[in-house]
Design a binder for this molecule. Structure first.
Ligand code: HEM
Length: 418
């Protein structure tokens, strides 16, 4: 099934919108603002293959990290409601079996045969829907590796709560969690259904209760010609990210420790609220300075095309740096952080309107790295000096170890219980 009929209409809209955009670019900023060559070759149709499936079982990392980002995410964390080790084991086994079915586009069948009339059947809202590229990625929080659960000896070496970071404005009810689920799909109802039914399994088995959640959108490419999606500040987000397998090996996957942790990774999640109305009153030239990039083309201020390498040494005629000292990309770039790179897999989110009548929206920032200190290093610099801080607040946070995928017949984290 495709969305061709919808996208044909969207393509027509896009054309007129692009026309406007390019006209504006040419009128205000001249050649430096022209889009990269690839952009002009954008096809006029944009289809999603909703029959796409990703395997859950396998040797190597869980799906949903290296998988090209889907359009929607439903992220949820859970608190354990028991210290019974076997109950956690059963939950992880049931979640694994259910996720494998969900990712194939199947129903999860019966959960509690004895109480089938109340909770046994799939909740059905995804019944006629295709797999929609669903991936569900499971994370284990620091409290899972406790003495009470008999798992302290299995704690991944670098798993611990994140340190306090500058500019943190964390709300307790948007922070922490013992388990995390990241469901990504090209159909929002498929992602919602997956989390809903997995939360239900946690509840009916008396093992874990929901803690905090974010539903996000807009991450994946909007079509072949627009490879980098835009965040709600209107900037292309993800231009310089980890893409090469060798970089995944170097910066994302855990390479040492016990076998069951290899090809695992550390997941950091931050709910970052944007002060959208403030941002919208700012001139585009100021916004460009905040990121160190051109809003329309995505090019660094020292270049003309999106994928030009930023030149952090370049100065203007008055001697000031072209990419200012407090620019987001200067503070975050690997060139200025002893080679540190993280995989970013963020999504836009909206919570509607806040109590003051302002749009309540932002970025669900998700990053994967083989050492949480790498995230902390970057956020310590950004939180202290980023020009973007005037327009954002980090209000939610969590950290989880994401074990590798189980092989068929096994389940997430099984080796911990051996
Ligand atoms: C609302 C919050 C944020 C927004 C809107 C945002 C937006 C952006 C944008 C537009 C870019 C430039 C395009 C690109 O290369 O992807 C970028 C780059 C980057 N951001 Fe963020 N970002 C946010 C938060 C963060 C956080 C919390 C971190 C990590 C602690 C981070 C790390 C990076 C890194 C590593 C780069 C690439 C820099 C480079 O190598 O040039 N960002 N971000």
């Amino acid at each position: 099934m495709t969305l061709k009929h919808l996208s044909d209409a969207a393509a027509a809209l896009q054309i007129s919108r692009r026309g406007l955009l390019f006209g504006a670019a040419a009128g205000t900023a001249g050649a430096a603002m022209l889009p990269a060559a690839g952009f002009a070759a954008t096809p006029e149709t944009d289809t999603i293959d909703l029959s796409q499936r990703h395997p859950f079982y396998g040797k190597g990392p869980q799906a949903g990290i290296m998988t090209p980002p889907q359009r929607y995410v439903f992220f949820m964390t859970f608190d354990l409601t028991t210290q019974d080790r076997q109950a956690l084991q059963v939950l992880l086994a049931r979640w694994s079996a259910a996720i494998a079915q969900l990712m194939k586009g199947e129903t999860i069948g019966q959960v509690e045969p004895d109480r089938a009339e109340a909770v046994g059947l799939d909740t059905a809202e995804a019944l006629e829907l295709e797999p929609a590229g669903l991936t569900v990625t499971v994370g284990l929080g620091p409290n899972v590796f406790s003495d009470a659960l008999g798992l302290a000896a299995h704690r991944p070496a670098l798993l611990r709560p994140l340190v306090d970071l500058p500019s943190d404005a964390l709300k307790p009810d948007l922070t922490g969690g013992d388990l995390s689920l990241q469901a990504c799909a090209d159909d929002p109802q498929v992602a919602y259904h997956a989390i809903r039914d997995l939360a239900r399994i946690a509840k009916v088995t008396g093992t874990a209760a929901t803690r905090w959640t974010v539903m996000g959108f807009g991450r994946a490419s909007a079509g072949k010609g627009q490879a980098t999606p835009r965040n709600l500040m209107g900037f292309k987000d993800g231009t310089r990210n980890i893409v090469q397998p060798a970089d995944f090996d170097r910066h994302v996957w855990v390479q040492d420790g016990p076998d069951w942790q290899r090809h695992g990774t550390y997941q950091v999640v931050r709910k970052v609220q944007m002060h959208i109305e403030n941002w919208d009153t700012d001139r585009v030239s100021d916004q460009n300075a905040v990121f160190g990039r051109h809003k329309l083309s995505g090019a660094p201020l020292t270049g003309t095309k999106e994928f030009d390498t930023p030149d952090f040494a370049k100065t203007a005629t008055d001697g000031s740096p072209v990419i200012q000292d407090t620019a987001h990309i200067r503070l975050a770039a690997h060139e200025n952080n002893e080679g540190v790179k993280i995989l970013r897999r963020g999504f836009n989110y909206t919570d509607g309107i806040n109590q003051f009548g302002f749009l309540d929206a932002g970025l669900l920032f998700l990053s994967y790295q083989n050492d949480p200190a790498h995230f902390e290093r970057l956020q310590a610099r950004l939180g202290a000096s980023d020009a973007l801080n005037e327009y954002i607040s980090h209000i939610g946070s969590g950290i989880f170890f994401v074990p590798p995928a189980p092989t068929e017949g096994s389940y997430i984290g099984e080796a911990m219980f051996a």
